[in-house]
Design a protein around this ligand. Structure first.
Ligand code: BYC
Length: 318
């Protein structure tokens, strides 16, 4: 009984240290005591973020062998490798919260863990590779720049590094779109068509409106999110409208209008029924994305076995 009381007292002191750090904007580190809800919230978000980076390699990977020039191919390869690296930083950061990488992968395969809705749409042609880099990475940066100040140290530090690489990705996509807009009428039409298909899924990346986002309350309380889904979406729209204008692309939203009072663009309604369908597993490519991940994971079993055997051997020598 005595021991129990002492443990409880120690835990209370540790949790008030958590509150102190929160109030004073100090990073929470892996060895710090933290509320169970905080730990679970982060595991959910960070693992889904990691899965998004890795699944996000698939739509672009389809175009490595079909890139229109050696230069374009080299750049695309480097970008996709970066996405893989981002996934690895994020899995490692999430592991500091007490979940293993294999558990996270099992949750992805069983459908318990989500990944970004946007990667369930197909890449039909080269303009789509441009639209992904420009719009999808562009949306990701807006979200991730904000996450650089998230309260969990390892997540925040991973974001700093990821954002540096992500800004190159966004420029890679914009360059493809700008080049196509300087090309033939057919190329301009392809670029506009890709824009039309990727615009709305990119807006959905920021998640539901604040009024229907169940996790936002806790995320703000624990300083995991510093800006809300709608605030970040508005930021993305404002900067992208200008970039579209410069290269002559039209945003596929007849209701898009500058709102002087708010200092932001107003936009038309987002199709949330489509969003729910896609995150519920019924988007155009959900089945294909998970099947490919499972197959690749199984094919990689020998690599994991070899790494484990090598590590055991090193330990036995030491
Ligand atoms: N897709 O209460 P909410 C990249 C889910 S990849 C799927 O607002 P939260 C790249 C949400 O998880 C970058 N699901 O949640 C890679 C929750 O469901 P659960 C990916 C979504 O967490 C390769 C439910 O809806 N970035 O850069 O407060 C090539 C309610 O939502 C989505 C990140 O992952 C969605 N779009 O806010 C190119 C950023 N939206 O978990 C590029 C990290 C919402 O209860 N994540 N849901 O089953 C975040 O910042 C936040 O988790 C979100 C959602 C803003 C996404």
């Amino acid at each position: 009984m005595m021991e129990h009381n002492e443990n409880t007292a120690v835990q209370e002191v540790a949790l008030s240290a958590f509150d102190y750090k929160m109030e004073n904007d100090q990073a929470i580190e892996p060895r710090d005591e933290m509320p169970e809800g905080y730990r679970k919230h982060l595991i959910r978000q960070m693992s889904q973020h990691a899965h998004s980076e890795v699944i996000g390699m698939q739509p672009e990977g389809n175009w490595i062998t079909r890139a229109p020039s050696l230069r374009a191919k080299q750049i695309l390869l480097a970008k996709i490798q970066d996405e893989c690296g981002h996934g690895l930083y994020l899995y490692s950061a999430a592991e500091t919260l007490g979940i293993s990488r294999s558990e996270m992968i099992a949750q992805l395969h069983s459908g318990k863990a989500k990944y970004s809705s946007v990667f369930n749409y197909p890449t039909l042609n080269w303009a789509d590779v441009g639209a992904i880099g420009w719009l999808v990475d562009g949306a990701a940066i807006v979200n991730q720049v904000s996450l650089q100040r998230t309260s969990y140290g390892p997540y925040s530090r991973a974001m700093v590094r990821i954002c540096k690489e992500e800004s190159f990705h966004q420029r890679q996509g914009y360059e493809i779109m700008a080049n196509m807009m300087r090309g033939t009428a057919d190329q301009r039409e392809m670029a506009q068509d890709a824009m039309n298909r990727w615009w709305w899924p990119s807006l959905m990346m920021f998640g539901p409106h604040d009024s229907s986002s169940p996790h936002t309350g806790d995320a703000f309380k624990w300083k995991i999110k510093r800006q809300s889904n709608d605030e970040l979406r508005a930021k993305f729209i404002d900067k992208t409208v200008q970039q579209a204008e410069v290269i002559g692309l039209t945003i596929p939203d007849p209701e898009l209008k500058w709102n002087e009072e708010k200092g932001h663009y107003d936009h038309g309604p987002i199709n949330w029924a489509e969003f729910q369908r896609v995150i519920g597993g019924h988007g155009p490519c959900n089945t294909q994305r998970i099947a490919h991940h499972k197959k690749t994971h199984e094919n990689g079993a020998w690599v994991r076995a070899a790494a484990a055997a090598y590590s055991a051997k090193q330990k036995s020598i030491a």
